[in-house]
Design a protein around this ligand. Sequence first.
Ligand code: GAP
Length: 437
Amino acid sequence: MSQAELMDKVTALAKRRGFIFQSSEIYGGLNGAWDYGPLGVELKRNVKNAWWQSTVHFRDDVVGLDAAILMHPRTWEASGHTANFADMMVDCKNTTCSRRLRADQLKDGKCPNCGGTAFTPPRAFNLMLKTSIGAMEDSSSVVYLRPETAQGIFVNFANVIDATHRRLPFGIAQIGKSFRNEITPGNFTFRTREFEQMEIEYFCPPAQAAARYDEWIQSRFAWYTDLGLRKENLRLRPHEKDELAHYAAGCTDVEYNFPFGWSELEGIANRGDYDLKQHSKFSGKDLQYQDPVTQERFFPHVIEPSGGCDRSTLAFLVDAYHEETVNDALRVVLKFHPKLSPIKVAVLPLLKKNEGIVALAKKIKSGLQKDIVCVYDDTAAIGKLYRRQDEVGTVFCVTVDVQSLEDKKVTVRDRDTMQQERIGLERLSEYLKEKLG
Ligand code: GAP
């Protein structure tokens, strides 16, 4: 299967099985925006929960935050977004094409769409999406939909210290929507105009910054492999000097080998003391940290692991996609890590016309669903039901048959090995919970 075929298959499956739909599809769609369907919302939520668990709940040095999307416009002046958050844009002069492109998308000076070589002069295009607040639409009411969640963390730095009495080093984590008016959204959910970020600002004494930077690179890389992404599809790419912002001491991307090529999932940046200094300057509030022992005041340095929730969800989806031949038939299976699978267990009656079997299967399902995300399905023959569950990555199928009514045992089928085991009802829940981890 070629890489283009793989992407087509994943995209088709995502729509057919309710992972991801085009936004406003009945109106012809909206470029750069996607909707997560019944299974997609579970998958994405599992990604976010796994991130929150690993970066906040499993650590003693990171706390959470949920800041507003709309922020005071001075925020973006301080951060540099108002002046600099722009891509260079050109238009193809071939009148049958007229494609608007990022200047860095030209291939050997040619339009990637028509091969044309004449373009308008490059001009800067600010990527922030504007809106206005209040009843009057004048320049004083202009606000931006945040282009990153990070600034919500910096402006709350002093609030969090005051509320939690945290000492350095510590971090603040946030998951939330961000918006960018991308010139060329594309590659499914990879580059969109509305997306979710998972960001941490980790504040530390300047002398610790280099070591903390290395630690975060390692721990963020491990997060992806621990959740099942194949190591050979992941790499770290340190930025070249000329890619770095003038204040940054380093930045390393975690890249995934998508069907459309190696592309960024997350960046881990060593940002120096730029952000807190800027916000101190623009707000007039002193955002320096006072060491409680030495009483020394200084601007902490910041390590910023900044990932995209939609991008990692897409990577988990693509990486999980497998095709196998079983008994001369194609089996499509999403081999998600159990933590990420949208459905953990499907309870299936072998005979949907047998009232005893159906009643027992429904009873098992309602007992399990208190602790485990599970579904009941009796809409097809068992072979077809297995295939349907494989295709969405359900980790276990529990089948209830005539024998179950007598011996109080059910068949538990493992998604990946397709091995089946008879398990007593009295220990079914414990068995599944243990296997699911
Ligand atoms: N605060 C730093 C920051 O925002 P970034 O590299 O611009 O850095 C961080 O964005 C992450 O957000 C990216 O690695 C990517 O996963 C995600 N991201 C950025 N722009 C995106 C877009 N247009 N569509 C989907 N995800 C995006």
